[in-house]
Write a protein that binds this ligand. Structure first.
Ligand SMILES: CC(C)(COP(=O)(O)OP(=O)(O)OC[C@H]1O[C@@H](n2cnc3c(N)ncnc32)[C@H](O)[C@@H]1OP(=O)(O)O)[C@@H](O)C(=O)NCCC(=O)NCCS
Length: 240
């Protein structure tokens, strides 16, 4: 008898949660997941493999251009009036997490984007924050993009807040190496590499450069990079 009562409660809770999370927010909340095919034709979808989507508010949209990235254990949670766009990519995007709260965040992810294992985009509570990631960007493991410090820092004399939230812009063809953190307001130019364990606090304005360190500074210029690793056939082109 007890077991039947328990099962009833579990089922009730399941359907309540299902209704709140899926039906109410996705169907009636004005939230949408839209797939765009190669001809620009849009179709509303309800699930994306490997990507757990949680709409916590109303009128948010996620637009995915086909082919979708190969999402693995990725998560997006959005509040009200937010928009996330993924351009075409056939690469793996593993543990990519967007935590948007509570209002109006905008994320654009360019073509051929890949994440080896872990990237978090963290927003604060100020609305209207944007994160743009250009085409052909490659993120390695454990990358953090923060548009907000999460807590207030003030000038002691005049009480002014010193650390307002700001958006982040990453150019085309940038490689962000393991354990790097990119903070609020940073712009990274095209064709740049962010070295491993870097803390990027200021703009990386010059294209074709390596920026690295804590805080990150320009350590090499006039570079370009490729996704593939060095092979035996490349030996003759190795520099001294
Ligand atoms: C960014 C990177 C690719 C650059 O390699 P490189 O072109 O051979 O660079 P160098 O080793 O010649 O370093 C150039 C300068 O930058 C500094 N530098 C390089 N990477 C740095 C880093 N992560 N943090 C601080 N300084 C760094 C070097 O100390 C050197 O400084 P110096 O000129 O004063 O001596 C490499 O440093 C790196 O981060 N490799 C890790 C790659 C990785 O984790 N791959 C995993 C798969 S994505």
């Amino acid at each position: 008898m007890d077991m039947i009562v328990n099962m009833n409660i579990i089922c009730k809770n399941f359907w309540k949660k299902f209704y709140n999370k899926f039906v109410d927010q996705l169907i009636f909340g004005g939230n949408k997941i839209i797939a765009v095919d190669q001809n620009g034709k849009e179709k509303r979808i309800f699930f994306v493999r490997g990507l757990f989507i949680r709409f916590k508010g109303k009128n948010s949209t996620i637009i995915l251009h086909k082919p979708f990235p190969k999402f693995i254990c990725s998560r997006i949670s959005l509040g009200d009036n937010s928009k996330v766009i993924f351009k075409e990519s056939e690469d793996r995007v593993k543990k990519f997490i967007i935590r948007g709260k509570p209002n109006g965040v905008f994320v654009t992810v360019g073509k051929n984007f890949s994440v080896m294992n872990g990237c978090r985009i963290i927003f604060g509570k100020l609305p209207g924050m944007k994160v743009n990631i250009g085409d052909d960007c490659m993120f390695a493991t454990n990358i953090t993009l923060r548009t907000s410090d999460g807590h207030i820092v003030r000038n002691k004399d005049n009480n002014k807040i010193l650390n307002y939230d700001k958006g982040i812009e990453i150019g085309n063809h940038c490689w962000v190496v393991n354990n790097s953190q990119i903070f609020k307001g940073v712009k990274i130019a095209d064709n740049c590499v962010i070295g491993s364990n870097s803390l990027v606090l200021k703009n990386c304005d010059e294209p074709n450069c390596i920026y690295a360190g804590m805080p990150a500074r320009k350590v090499k210029e006039n570079i370009t990079w490729e996704r593939r690793g060095i092979e035996v056939s490349d030996l003759e082109t190795l520099s001294d």
